[in-house]
Design a protein around this ligand. Sequence first.
Ligand code: C2E
Ligand code: MG
Ligand code: MG
Ligand code: MG
Length: 281
Amino acid sequence: SAKAAGSNQWAFFKQQMTERAAVRLRTEASLHDALKNNEFVLYFQPKFDLKTNKVVSCEALIRWQQDGRLISPMSFIPVAEETGIIVPIGRWVIEQSCKVLRDWQRKYNYVIPIAVNVASQQFADASLVPDIKQLALRYQIRPEQLEIEITETSLMNDIEQAIAKLEQLKSAGFRIAVDDFGTGYSSLSYLRHLPITTMKIDRCFVTDLPHDSAIASTILMLGQQLNLEIVAEGIENEEQLSWLNDHNCPIGQGFFFSQPLPLDEFETKYLAGQTAEIVTL
Ligand code: C2E
Ligand code: MG
Ligand code: MG
Ligand code: MG
């Protein structure tokens, strides 16, 4: 009967929900363990000045080392966000990045800024700003060496709150980038009031270059008007790069230059004897 079928469906639905909740709990528990057991690792991807081909900064990207395998952030960051454990994971990322900055100062007497990704929930957390300030103090890093990458969506969740927080970070000297720009729902009127330093053109608009350049040109123009630094993400080939160069995009990042690298490899390539390391393409 229809009634029996309906109740069967309900039972099925309930069972699915329970399974999903169980998977989530298991993943949450293992993310806790991963943090405790030091199973996370940061990779670093360089960002290049497109005019000089010099490395001017980098982005820290998290991976999960599990039994010799590297797990992509795409497969655990969403769960970490759903369960809230993104807050301590994100704090670990910031602390680790501060340590790396301190070590670069000591080892190379040469430091390039590190950008860290901050998730929505982490951005909304009251401890974010005091944590960042405290960590910068503890590791004695200059605030302009740390850049916070936030997506448009995180900013638009609670715009007033976001502006207040960014104001605190920016006045303390930290750099702030809007990540994946163009894919969220920024209100252009608010964009003017956001105390940000950088906009990152999302990879999907770079992929379309040079054939479909409407969005990339618009973002570049917007950046120039608002006096913001623009970074193009996901540059994979020469054609994309030369379009960006021709249109005065100042900074770029992508597999064409380099994949994200383990710390030691990144240091060897881009920090050790950096004066001799000017990359020519
Ligand atoms: P994102 O912040 O937009 O980072 C850029 C992603 O694009 C990275 O993927 C990077 O490896 C990849 N990428 C860079 N250049 C290219 C390219 O030329 N072609 C292609 N196809 N991909 C390119 P990854 O490392 O897998 O990270 C994915 C996303 O996971 C990040 O996107 C970010 O949203 C999130 N994520 C990574 N690390 C963290 C973290 O520490 N905290 C938080 N909250 N999120 C993170
Ligand atoms: Mg990012
Ligand atoms: Mg991005
Ligand atoms: Mg992204």
